[in-house]
Design a protein around this ligand. Structure first.
Ligand SMILES: Nc1nc2c(c(=O)[nH]1)N[C@H]1C(S)=C(S)[C@@H](COP(=O)(O)OP(=O)(O)OC[C@H]3O[C@@H](n4cnc5c(=O)[nH]c(N)nc54)[C@H](O)[C@@H]3O)O[C@H]1N2
Ligand SMILES: Nc1nc2c(c(=O)[nH]1)N[C@H]1C(S)=C(S)[C@@H](COP(=O)(O)OP(=O)(O)OC[C@H]3O[C@@H](n4cnc5c(=O)[nH]c(N)nc54)[C@H](O)[C@@H]3O)O[C@H]1N2
Ligand code: SF4
Ligand SMILES: [Mo]
Length: 573
């Protein structure tokens, strides 16, 4: 297997080593990293050129990640609560004691209330393929705990993307330079995926126009030709007004609609009530600016639309994503380099078989993660007795924080938090377990902005007594007498297990070079190289199944809930 060691003579002379690895964090860019280590400690983290798009630079967050690895809040030992909950007093414990306590509690709870009284609570964590949904998922399935629906991010956009286009791959970053018009809708790449920005700037330099739709004046909004600072949650009506404009002015691409889509008439019908003026009033924007944007979008090609996740985080999120993502189809923007849309490319490769988790899902209660507070306070038969948090910091990231805090304050609740640092949630735990970071264990990163698969490898020894997820869940499973993790007791074993499930060519490439770029890194043109992965390869502009499942119907607007007492909307950029 490729070691990743890339030290040059100078490094070796000074006793440094430089190692190639990857950033697996939940970010579209999946940067390849060159990490410099001296005397077993990280001294620098930089971007490398292994993954072309990284281009030798990374974001400030990961450049300074060593401060997190060695920081004051880093967890180095298992901890057990002392004193009252929330006081933040803990004593050091051994792994044996901590895991023993957890296993005993799990069995007691299952015997008395049933497995559903335990709620495993996790999100992406480091977001690699090994840190989530491996041995952990098998353990909790086998034990019959409640199941978690990860509803807190990307569900509305993914649902819309799947329904319309079967999650067709998007325009890649470098192809933005071919666009004459770039629309950044509900995304803030200057913070959330920095490698798109230089391509947008290069396109602008070459004469492309930029339109940003964001309630805030973001970095890109400041440099845009048009910034529509719409009110949060009003994207659906702005997009519908554009659809109406295209249809009513005979600017819709009728030939494309006939050849490649279903449901255009129904979309047209739903858009009919949204004139530019009416939409501008609801969205609180200048109608003239909106009209300018409509004219530009109708006229200019190639036009690319970057659909972000900001527009989904409100009552109209699903319909907003549908209406926005349907625009390039109605306006006929596909079929040229630099035209179309980008959303997530996470479905570009169906590399990892579903059977990877192996243990079938039990038919137990499903808890939606955004309702954690409600679940802790209101669920009965059985009430939740144990919360097992890992890869996640719900006190900071779940909505309705007061209820989450109230739920976690329950004296009869037993809470485990498995994390790298002392998070706000960990402070409220009964047992805290220390996790390694992606610089201390193996992982595999799949990018969702571009398409690549890269190997993350331990570049330093685990800090303190921290351990990788796989290892901890395998040991816990063994204590519970479960099958889960018997064949994968370490992250290295899990890595082999995963790579053995990959197609041979890809596995060999990954192991030999540390990075594989995906089939669509060749920069596909939508509707020329890639097509919708719907059953008939057509765009479903009015997906009936969603219409049936939606209380207000597709492309409908739900009013702002503001009252005079609560006039403001809180957004979470
Ligand atoms: N540095 C850093 N990067 C990250 C992450 C991180 O934690 N830190 N997290 C990663 C993850 S998990 C995700 S999902 C992505 C998210 O990345 P983005 O898609 O960029 O999403 P956000 O940053 O949540 O919001 C984007 C913009 O949407 C705006 N916005 C808010 N409400 C609305 C609305 O109703 N309509 C419109 N049009 N805009 C709105 C916000 O003001 C914000 O500027 O970032 C990833 N990248
Ligand atoms: N206020 C606010 N809330 C939000 C958002 C927002 O922008 N603002 N964004 C929403 C979005 S888009 C998302 S995706 C969610 C994210 O919600 P969370 O997943 O809760 O986000 P993080 O704070 O990144 O928490 C991940 C935790 O996992 C830990 N971790 C990382 N790697 C590992 C590992 O290998 N093992 C273990 N055991 N732990 C690990 C990290 O130290 C970190 O504490 O938040 C949502 N909620
Ligand atoms: S830009 Fe994204 S992928 Fe690159 S180092 Fe930063 S968080 Fe990781
Ligand atoms: Mo997210």
């Amino acid at each position: 297997c490729y070691t990743g060691l890339v030290s040059d003579d100078d490094d070796l002379k000074w006793g440094r080593s430089k190692v190639d690895t990857v950033c697996p964090l939940d970010c579209p860019d999946s940067c390849s990293l060159a990490v410099t280590v001296e005397k077993g400690k990280i001294v620098a983290i930089d971007g490398s050129h292994l993954h072309k798009v990284t281009d030798g630079y990374i974001c400030g967050k990961v450049r300074r990640f060593a401060e997190r690895v060695y920081g004051e809040t880093r967890l180095q030992h298992p901890l057990v609560r002392e004193g009252r909950r929330g006081e933040g007093r803990f004593r050091k414990a051994s792994w044996d004691e901590a895991l023993g306590t957890i296993a005993t509690r799990m069995v007691e709870i299952r015997d008395r209330w049933g497995g559903e009284a335990i709620l495993p609570f996790s999100y992406g964590g480091s977001n690699g393929l090994l840190t989530q949904d491996t041995v952990d998922a098998r353990l909790f399935r086998e034990f019959g705990t409640s199941r978690l629906a990860r509803t807190v991010c990307a569900i509305p956009t993914t649902t819309a993307h799947r329904a319309l286009y079967g999650r067709m791959s998007g325009v890649t970053y470098p192809d933005y330079q071919h666009a004459r018009l770039i629309v950044v809708w509900g995304a803030n790449p200057s913070s959330s995926g920095v490698h798109l920005v230089p391509h947008i700037k290069a396109a602008q330099k070459a004469g492309a126009a930029l339109v940003v739709l964001d309630p805030r004046r973001t970095n890109l909004a400041r440099q845009a030709d048009i910034h529509l600072a719409l009110k949060p949650g009003t994207d659906v009506v702005v997009a519908l007004a554009l659809h109406r404009y295209l249809f009513e002015h005979d600017l819709a691409d009728e030939q494309f609609l006939a050849e490649h889509t279903h449901g255009a008439e129904q979309l047209r019908e739903r858009a009919r009530e949204w004139t530019l003026d009416r939409a501008a009033v609801v969205a609180g924007i200048d109608p003239e600016l909106l009209e300018n944007f409509a004219e530009m979008y109708a006229d200019i090609s190639p036009a690319v639309l970057r659909c972000g996740w900001g527009l989904e985080r409100n009552r109209n999120g699903g319909n907003a994503a549908l209406a926005v993502l349907a625009l390039p189809a109605v306006a006929g923007k596909f079929g040229v380099r630099g035209g179309g849309f980008s959303m997530s490319n996470s479905a570009a490769w169906n590399l990892v078989p579903d059977s990877w988790i192996e243990t079938p899902e039990p038919d137990t209660r499903i808890v939606k993660m955004h309702q954690l507070g409600k679940a802790l306070l209101e669920h009965r038969d059985p009430a939740i007795q144990m919360l097992f948090v890992y890869n996640c910091n719900p006190v900071a990231t779940m909505p309705n924080q007061n209820r989450v805090l109230k739920g976690l304050a329950r004296e009869d609740l037993f809470t485990v938090v498995f994390d790298q640092v002392m998070t706000d949630t960990a402070k409220l735990a009964d047992v805290v377990l220390p996790a390694t970071t992606f610089l201390e264990s193996y992982d595999v990163a799949v990018s969702y902005g571009l398409t690549s698969l890269q190997l993350a490898r331990p570049v330093i020894d685990a800090v303190g007594e921290s351990r990788p997820n796989v290892e901890v869940f395998a040991e816990l499973a063994a204590r519970l007498g479960l099958e889960a993790g018997r064949d994968q007791t370490t992250d290295a074993e899990a890595l082999l297990h995963l790579t053995n499930a990959l197609p041979k060519e890809i596995r060999r490439n990954l192991m030999d070079t540390g990075a594989v770029t995906g089939p669509t890194d060749a920069a596909p043109i939508q509707f020329s190289d890639v097509f919708p992965r719907t059953t008939d390869r057509k765009v479903q502009l009015f997906p009936e199944a969603l219409e049936r499942g939606s209380p207000e119907g597709l492309y409908r607007y739900r009013e702002d809930l503001a009252t005079s007492d609560y006039p403001l909307t809180l957004i979470s950029p």
